[in-house]
Design a protein around this ligand. Structure first.
Ligand code: NDP
Length: 683
């Protein structure tokens, strides 16, 4: 089978010398690939001129809907992916992480896009920044889609997840992608891309695939493009120093090899639940994907007194793992992805053995089920014990990208933290402890050197997602050696693909530019109560100015009696007088917002369906008996939920007193039907 690249809307078979990909278990050739003959400048143009505009024409919600449709379609094809995935050396459960994990990431971003991003093409970052005394000049940060292509260079270990975890945030951000999978397992990525293309779900130009090298693509990158890389630190260093990347300041994020630690805290002695959880997690991390995970545990840091027990327990756990053909019954760990990787891993084990002793497993003598040990890329689980971790070098620098970990004994908490930090920047560290004070010390000590920290105790273990699992909602990446990049992290991951721009101008200009009404901007009189206006007819700035009402002692006392909130500042004149903030009795803040609702609501049946919360509520000035309050309510933000028949409307509310001083300020969040008189069945 010759792999094809999908470029410029057509499938291409490469010319010239082909690179062979082999079944990790049998060594048979699975596929061959070459990207020779691809016009990479044209591929970038295709993405920029076709894919980008098509994606940018859609709102975040519409792009999220594409991701969801894609996730559903790929779910239907899953078994086909699983069948081919065996050839990469993955067991069924390894493939679950790659295939279901990848599809799950698409679903997660679809959900985030629909819920946490607006139904718009532009994202507002934070509040308006007041820049002037009179309020006629202000600033607002906006995020807009970059107008280039996202170039995704992926590692061999996750041919499906690796593509989808980068693709989801890029597409949501409105950026088309050119995906380059690692050649060793590109046949599985290619199959998935075939199914994506056949589905017709993505607009033309949104996704291109390169099987083989990237040719001269880097020569054609410009400042609107974006590179996201996963793989070795050496390749990352080479690519990020490409003259064109430097000249055009092309954003480049990397996720590279990393020496991740798992720490058994001093309180987690043998016999505790945390000790058992630790052993289970280390054994699992060593063997899942045959240890070929960028997040896998490489340094097993344990109190010196517990080292013997930890090794004995790991020996027992790893002894149960059957190595062999991932298709064979009972096999818990398959081969590495390629014979090349076996050579690499064996060489790294040899390096580590310079300062550590083999305590479990022997790369030269082990059983393999259902396969030829020499033909497949097999390595058994290998555990080493470092002789002097404090002075060791390889322990902190050599990553054997396979089922290999090294136990290192630490002296005290500070020493454990120092040993973990010697990785010079890692993707993840985990701590097993039932002592939250101790866990807090570890977190504070580890955080500057780690992208993610997992703390496991008996209370969260049964729901913990584990040391090695990057999650769509949390950032994935790490400082220093881990590449210095960040992927995922929910909306953070999407915004990374966008350009943040500070816009300055008058409130009216900012309202139009950003799509959110800005205080100080024009107040429109819509000629009727804004609660009578269906969603699509409401305009930003549509305002209601309420009548005034007095606040009396009776109001305060009745509110206290009704709610049970009898705080002294509301009910006792003498005690309230001693309060330095109030100097006398004041109305409840909650009474004010309730009274304001009484002033602004239009009670009749109509397009406003409900109120789902308040944002940014601040009680700015106390209201005393005898004060008179009124409220201004302005349509500030609209967000259509197209599939639901209504939209969210945020109303800017400002309660003022008889001196026109603001006493409370907030946003009222409502759901407003697109129909003047909503029909129960339509919404
Ligand atoms: P590489 O860095 O060699 O490859 C990673 C990706 O970069 C592949 O897609 C590769 O393509 C591509 N690539 C390599 N050279 C270039 C280039 N000049 N221009 C453009 N793209 C390029 O890493 P490997 O996959 O070989 O893995 C090596 C080591 O990296 C592992 O042993 C492990 O230590 C570490 N690693 C770390 C991972 C992580 O997630 N942090 C994941 C996987 C590996 P091609 O395959 O065609 O060469």
């Amino acid at each position: 089978m010759q792999l094809q690249s999908y470029i410029g809307g057509a499938w291409h078979s490469g010319r010239g010398a082909l690179v062979a990909m082999r079944d990790a278990t049998t060594g048979e050739i699975v596929a061959e690939a070459s990207s020779a003959g691809i016009d990479f400048a044209a591929a970038l143009r295709h993405a920029r001129q076709l894919g980008g505009p098509a994606l940018r024409a859609l709102t975040f919600h519409e792009r999220a809907a594409l991701l969801k449709a894609l996730a559903k379609r790929l779910t239907e094809c899953k078994e086909e992916f699983y069948a081919l995935s065996y050839r990469t050396g993955a067991t069924r459960s390894d493939s679950w992480i790659d295939i279901d994990g990848g599809i799950g990431t698409l679903f997660a971003f679809a959900g985030k896009g629909g819920r946490e991003l607006p139904n718009a093409r532009l994202y507002l970052d934070g509040a308006v920044e007041g820049l002037s005394k009179a309020g006629t000049f202000a600033g607002q940060h906006i995020y807009v889609s970059r107008e280039g292509a996202a170039v995704h260079i992926n590692a061999f270990n996750f041919p499906v997840w690796g593509m989808l975890e980068k693709l989801a945030p890029a597409l949501l951000a409105g950026m088309p992608a050119i995906v380059k999978p690692a050649t060793a397992t590109a046949y599985l990525t290619e199959l998935v891309v075939h199914r994506i293309v056949e589905s017709g779900i993505l607009p033309a130009g949104a996704l291109q695939l390169v099987c083989g090298g990237l040719g001269d693509l880097f020569e054609h990158l410009n400042c609107q493009d974006f590179v996201s890389f996963t793989g070795s630190a050496d390749t990352a260093a080479r690519l990020r120093a490409h003259p064109n990347v430097i000249r055009h300041s092309v954003p480049f994020i990397a996720e590279t090899d990393s020496l991740n630690s798992s720490i058994l805290a001093p309180d987690a002695a043998p016999g505790t639940a945390e000790f058992d959880l630790f052993v289970k997690e280390v054994a699992r991390e060593m063997t899942v994907k045959a240890g070929q995970k960028c997040t896998a545990i490489r340094k097993v840091l344990v109190p010196a007194a517990a080292a013997g027990d930890v090794i004995a327990a790991l020996r027992a756990a790893l002894g149960k793992v059957i190595v062999g053909d991932p298709r064979a019954e009972g096999v818990g760990m398959g081969p590495l992805a390629s014979l090349q990787q076996r050579v690499e891993v064996r060489a790294r084990i040899a390096e580590l053995r310079g300062e550590a002793d083999l305590v479990v497993g022997n790369p030269d003598a082990f059983e393999v089920r259902g396969a030829d040990r020499q033909r497949g890329a097999f390595v058994p689980p290998v555990l080493l014990l470092c002789r002097e971790p404090q002075t060791a070098r390889a322990l902190h620098a050599t990553e054997a990208f396979g089922p290999v970990a090294t136990v290192a004994a630490y002296r005290d908490v500070e020493d454990a933290i120092a040993l973990a930090r010697r990785g010079a920047g890692s993707l993840v560290a985990s701590v097993f402890s039932a002592d939250d004070d101790l866990a807090g010390r570890f977190v504070r000590g580890l955080a500057p050197y780690h992208g993610r920290i997992l703390v496991v105790n008996r209370h969260c273990a049964h729901e913990s997602t584990g040391h090695g699992s990057p999650l769509a909602a949390l950032v994935h990446g790490g400082p220093g050696r881990a590449g210095g990049g960040e992927e995922l992290g929910g909306v953070r991951g999407v915004l990374r693909y966008m350009q943040r721009t500070a816009v300055q101008g008058s409130p009216d200009t900012l309202t139009v530019a950003g799509g959110r009404w800005v205080r100080g901007g024009r107040l429109r009189d819509p000629g009727r109560h804004p609660f009578r206006i269906p969603f699509n007819d409401l305009e930003l700035g549509d305002t209601l100015k309420s009548a005034e009402r007095a606040v009396t002692v009776e109001d305060i006392e009745r509110f206290a009696a009704l709610t049970g909130d009898t705080f002294y500042a509301h009910l006792s004149e003498t005690e309230a007088a001693r309060n330095p903030l109030f100097g006398g009795r004041v109305a409840h803040g909650y009474f004010l917002i309730s009274a304001a609702a009484g002033l602004f609501v239009d009670p009749a049946y109509g397009p406003v369906l409900g109120n789902y919360g308040l944002n940014e509520l601040r009680f700015v000035k106390p209201v005393k008996p005898g004060d008179r309050i009124k409220v201004r309510l302005t349509c500030a933000e609209k967000n259509l939920r197209a599939d639901k028949g209504w939209g969210e409307v945020a109303w800017d509310a400002q309660i003022t007193n008889q001196r026109d001083e603001t006493v409370a300020s907030y946003q009222v969040l409502t759901m407003v039907s697109i129909h003047a008189v909503p029909d129960a069945h339509a919404t």
